[in-house]
Design a protein around this ligand. Structure first.
Ligand code: AHR
Length: 519
């Protein structure tokens, strides 16, 4: 095993051949809390809520008259569950939906329905609009990440939307907002300048997008001095570097007239396109195919970061992975355009692996938004009328809360290998961080679905006698939570002793564990 001392070097450990590869040999890990790395921005735990299927209607919004307990139309059970995740930001209203969204139809006493041309051609009632989204954001205690329409809309439309949201009541749009019940300007922390402009956002060439993006960045103003706003430009489609080069090159030469703070990356884990892998009832081969695909995120982040380093060596621009997650075959019997899929223990492992990748690249990846928050793709929460369940992915996000804004702590280990059906993956993964109170946390993933793994962690730079936390394991890799059995996959308390400076813990197959060191 090589001893790696920098956080950036940790990823290299994954490509080393396993030395002690006997499946039952403990994985030797060295942790050094005296060598802090970059801060893991809490915004890597962001969420995405699009007007798609029941992501908004049914999932968040049930209406004020609903028998489902709600506050001003927003369901209380969902709010309580999301509050516990300390969601740093929610990206809204899309997705592809954002690039056709007409914000004016969704404000005021009379809403103008539209057709959701991207997602199933169903009626979009526009009853959940800007004021409802901001109320929802306030109820769950999150920041607003608003994506403006750079596809079918004009810079003027988007500028006036921002004026509606952020200006004081000296301004006519601010007066409209006050008439609609909110005199105080809203806080827009993050603004997305279009969505997937290389495809559903208008199929623009990189250079054409850059010209459009510059106009939007120039003329869209945040009028609320209480909330600085960051702008995120459309960036790469998975590994394709064309947008990365074009946007970053333009940014390097930018004038006073415009600026951005983030470059978006979208990358879904599918195991091949179109999405076809089943969300339940899958075998070990499909488990490995999907996780192999998801681990490609590491190289993707490195590729785009290298280009960004060329134009922005000071890392002023964040790589914002604002759509990621598993995109699987739709649940049989559901509308194909609603992207409904169950969420299994495999999703939990997948979520942890991606979070670990973002944490290892915390110097550049400072925001990410899993797709999507409720009822769509790799969701945190599933709802069915008055019922709600928390998915295995939700539990992973909850277990990782201590990593929000914590400082990376370097770990060195040999990940070993797990091979099935000719597919080889790292057998384990781990990250560590120190929170603001000085407590050190370790997150451990056992990718191997057949064998438990013992970790032997040499603790340096922090006094510890024991560790405790939670572990998420399941009877099967495709175990899921259902409305009838919502706690089939749920975290359990776990603890371990530290003896002679070493922590020893054995974790279950295909599991995620987060433990904190205690003096
Ligand atoms: O998340 C579903 C869709 O995937 C989004 O609307 C779009 O941006 C992406 O292609």
């Amino acid at each position: 095993m090589r001893l790696l001392t920098s956080v950036a070097a940790i990823a290299a450990a994954f490509v080393l051949p396993a030395m002690a590869s006997a499946a039952d040999a403990p994985v030797q890990v060295t942790l050094d809390a005296s060598k802090p790395g970059p801060v893991i921005d809490r915004h890597i735990f962001g969420q995405f809520a699009e007007h798609l299927g029941s992501g908004i209607y049914g999932g968040i919004w049930v209406g004020k008259e609903s028998p489902i307990p709600n506050t001003r139309g927003i369901r209380n059970d969902v709010v309580a569950a999301l509050k516990a995740l300390k969601v740093p930001d929610v990206r809204w209203p899309g997705g592809c939906f954002a690039d056709e969204y007409n914000w004016r139809r969704g404000v005021g006493p009379t809403r103008k329905p539209a057709v959701n041309s991207n997602w199933g051609g169903v009626v979009e009632p526009n009853t959940f609009g800007t004021d409802e989204f901001m109320d929802f954001a306030q109820q769950i205690g999150t920041e607003a990440y608003v994506s403006v329409n750079l596809g079918s809309g004009s810079a003027q439309d988007a500028a006036e939307w921002l004026e509606y949201m952020t200006s004081s009541t000296d301004d006519g749009f601010g007066q409209d907002r006050a008439k609609n019940g909110h005199a105080e300007p809203y806080k827009v922390a993050i603004l997305g300048l279009g969505n997937e402009s290389w495809d559903c956002g208008g199929n623009m060439s990189p250079d054409f997008y850059v010209s459009e993006m510059k106009r939007f960045a120039r003329f869209l103003h945040n009028y609320n001095p209480a909330q600085p706003m960051k702008m995120v430009a459309v960036g790469p489609n998975g590994p394709n570097t064309a947008y990365t080069e074009a946007v970053m090159k333009a940014w390097q030469g930018h004038s006073w007239a415009w600026n951005i703070e983030g470059l978006s990356l979208h990358s879904y884990s599918t195991g091949g396109w179109p999405p076809h892998l089943p969300a339940t009832g899958f075998d070990e081969k499909d488990y490995a195919i999907l996780l192999k695909d998801t681990l490609g995120m590491e190289d993707m982040v490195k590729t785009h970061s290298a280009i960004m380093d060329k134009y922005d060596p000071e890392k002023k621009i964040a790589l914002v992975v604002d759509e990621w997650g598993a995109w699987l075959a739709p649940t049989p019997g559901t509308h194909e355009g609603f992207l409904v899929q169950q969420n299994s223990q495999r999703d939990a492992v997948l979520a942890a692996l991606n979070i670990n990748i973002f944490a290892r690249h915390a110097d550049r990846v400072r925001m990410a938004n899993i797709a999507q928050m409720i009822n769509v793709l790799q969701a945190m929460i599933l709802t069915d009328k008055d019922k709600m369940l928390l998915t295995p992915t939700y539990h992973v996000f909850h277990m990782y809360v201590p990593f929000q804004d914590a400082t990376s702590v370097p770990l060195s280990f040999d990940a070993g290998q797990y091979t099935t059906n000719g597919i080889t993956l790292p057998r384990v993964d781990a990250v560590a961080a120190k929170d603001k109170a000085g407590k050190v946390w370790i997150a451990i993933t056992n990718v191997d679905p057949k064998s438990p793994v013992t970790f032997s962690v040499a603790i340096n730079g922090v006094k510890a006698t024991k560790a405790s936390g939670q572990t998420l394991a399941a009877a099967k890799i495709d175990s899921v939570n259902t409305f009838d059995a919502p706690n089939t996959v749920a975290p359990k308390a776990v603890s371990a002793k530290v003896a002679n400076g070493k922590l020893s813990i054995t974790v279950a197959p295909a599991s995620v564990t987060v433990i904190g060191l205690e003096p």
